[in-house]
Design a protein around this ligand. Structure first.
Ligand SMILES: [Ca+2]
Ligand SMILES: [Ca+2]
Length: 156
């Protein structure tokens, strides 16, 4: 949350073709939909349309949120049959960026390997395997960085 430093995650913007005045003054609001709780994690500034987080996120628990934002003007609608103000609704999807907040973990509690006493050096004995819940891309990037550092060292 602090990471955004008060800056919105994204900004929604609606336009209204009516003349200046309450008939074209736009207010934004998140639609409180009972079929999802995604809207509970965000707020929208009713004047600027800036969308802000209301909570911390865990990409490994949920990696995106979808909710609706509506834009309303500020005067009773003159459209035939309409009640209330004129409005439009847009879907907003927020993707949660990954951070490296999970350590690797072994998938087995214990490994047992056997090797003959006269085995050649470098004989395969057993393969151990760990997993990491963070996004694979991040780990690959780290490996690339490590490799490029190594090749620089080799050049010297
Ligand atoms: Ca209007
Ligand atoms: Ca993560």
């Amino acid at each position: 949350m602090e990471k955004f430093g008060g800056k919105p995650i994204t900004i929604v913007k609606a336009e209204d073709s009516d003349a200046p005045g309450p008939q074209s003054e736009i207010r934004y609001a998140i639609v409180q939909d009972s079929s999802t709780n995604a809207w509970k994690y965000f707020r929208v500034d009713e004047i600027t349309g800036g969308i802000y987080p209301l909570d911390k996120f865990d990409r490994e628990a949920q990696d995106s949120f979808i909710f609706d934002v509506e834009a309303m003007d500020s005067m009773q609608s003159s459209l035939p049959g309409a009640t209330g103000t004129n409005k439009d609704i847009v879907k907003v999807q927020i993707f949660i960026g990954d951070i490296n907040d999970n350590p690797p973990y072994f998938t087995e509690k214990r490994y047992e390997g056997r090797v003959k006493e006269n085995a050649e050096i470098y004989t395969d004995i057993i393969t151990v395997k760990a997993q990491d819940l963070d996004r694979r891309k991040l780990n690959l990037n780290l490996i690339k960085i490590a490799k490029s550092k190594l090749s620089k060292l080799n050049l010297k």
